[in-house]
Design a protein around this ligand. Structure first.
Ligand code: HEM
Length: 401
């Protein structure tokens, strides 16, 4: 049986992580937590893992899943289904367990294929060039590039027309605040946002049923496999998840990645030489998603620790990516690091469905940005997103010459 560390230092480190300073730079805290032990216990009983091997084992163990909705009552969320923001999350792939997860993931995977993503390459290149054309002089990189690119790409995929796209940044930001903290204040913004996104997607689905096109929404409404298809409720939850997961995280990959690249100008040639490997390293170095949570569904033992049904675990994947047991000199960005597959897209059955799409965007965007705007640099006034789970920026001022 592995040791579980419970101490005042653990409590202090974990609570510091939720302060603005801890969120701005969690990496020193993570290092200390990794040194304290493979498993530490938070004051509310949750087990926290911060080392690579244990985080990977937690992500891959099928007996560790998403919190069953019956248990949400114990977490003070008995009325979850009445909140559109929670309903859209807890009934999505990100909130459910087999066999429902297996069925829904199979249905969406056969429409959201690698071929469909690769087919977006020319449109993605065109969008990147258009955004760079407009980014001249001083700009907020988030508003001018990192938000519109993934929003436009996922909108293109789903079939959302250009004129409708801009409204979604704030809606999705307000909605995804529930990933960090579920309070009445957060819900008061998250619920109307989730409702607005769902209503928009319902109208789009109805339109595509009448007049199908080549887009993913048309594929999802028409798709049937082995006599099975998505219900209307499942379809709207799935489209909402793809849409929300599709750009917030990628926005932050672009913003975090840009900062890392600007802080390491000497590595620019390595980016051009191998963009795919460079993007893998940027994902490892400063991941847009810093942790994933699990609840034990059945008794199981992971890395020497036994879990009983209902036990909660949070795997700090952002910390695992900086674990020296896995990556030599982990706090150093090294675009030539060969073996750099990180846990930024999770692992196991919930492994990110959009990973190929996020990578495609970043692999084209970064080399193109530096080729076309060689004078790109950071300017004063950056504002970090106040979140530990989603790591990124709300505002990132840059100059382009
Ligand atoms: C850099 C960008 C991205 C990052 C860092 C990221 C990260 C993640 C992570 C860590 C998970 C696993 C969560 C867990 O295990 O609890 C996940 C799942 C998921 N992601 Fe992403 N993601 C990104 C982009 C995207 C994009 C572009 C899409 C869609 C177009 C997407 C769709 C999804 C979906 C649908 C799931 C749920 C899969 C499941 O539960 O079976 N993601 N993502």
């Amino acid at each position: 049986m592995a040791d579980i560390v419970e101490s005042r230092e653990v409590s202090a480190l974990l609570s510091e992580l939720t302060t603005p300073a801890g969120r701005a730079d969690p990496y020193g805290h993570y290092t200390r937590l990794r040194e304290l032990g493979a498993f530490v216990r938070a004051d509310d009983g949750t087990l926290i893992v911060t080392r690579f091997a244990e985080c990977a084992a937690v992500a891959r163990d099928h007996k560790l899943g998403k919190m069953p909705v019956e248990l949400l009552a114990h977490a003070g969320l008995a009325d979850w289904a009445d909140h559109p923001a929670l309903y859209g999350y807890f009934t999505s792939l990100l909130g459910i367990n087999p066999p429902d997860h297996t069925r829904l993931r199979r249905l969406v995977s056969s429409s959201f294929t690698a071929r469909r993503v690769q087919a977006l390459r020319p449109a993605t290149e065109r969008m990147i060039d258009e955004l760079i054309d407009e980014m001249d002089g001083a700009a907020d990189f988030v508003a001018a590039f990192a938000f519109p690119l993934p929003c436009n790409v996922i909108s293109e995929l789903l079939g959302i027309p250009p004129a409708d796209r801009a409204q979604f940044q704030h809606l999705v930001q307000d909605w995804s605040a529930v990933l960090d903290d579920i309070t009445p204040e957060v819900l008061s913004k998250a619920n109307p946002a989730a409702k607005a996104v769902r209503e928009y997607l319902a109208a789009l689905a109805a339109e595509r049923r009448r007049r199908p096109r080549e887009d993913l929404m048309s594929a999802l409404v028409g798709h049937e496999e082995a006599g099975d298809r998505l219900t209307e409720d499942e379809l709207l939850t799935m489209a909402g998840l793809l849409f929300a997961a599709g750009f917030e995280t990628t926005t932050n990959l672009l913003a975090n990645g840009l900062v890392a690249l600007l802080e390491h100008p000497e590595q620019r040639p390595d980016l051009v030489a191998d963009p795919a490997s460079a993007v893998q390293e940027l994902l490892r170095y400063d991941s847009p998603v810093q942790n994933i949570d699990r609840t034990a569904l059945e008794p199981t033992t992971v890395a020497g620790v036994t879990f009983e049904p209902g036990d909660r675990i949070v795997a700090y994947t952002g910390s695992a990516n900086r674990d020296a047991r896995r990556f030599p000199d982990p706090d150093r960005l090294d675009l030539r690091r060969g073996d750099n597959t990180s846990l930024s897209f999770g692992g196991g059955m919930h492994y990110c469905l959009g990973a190929p799409m996020a990578k495609l965007e970043a692999e084209i965007a970064f080399p193109r940005l530096f080729e076309r705007r060689p004078g790109l640099g950071l300017a004063a006034g950056a504002q970090r997103r106040d979140s530990l789970t989603i790591r990124g920026f709300d505002v990132l001022p840059v100059v382009t010459q």
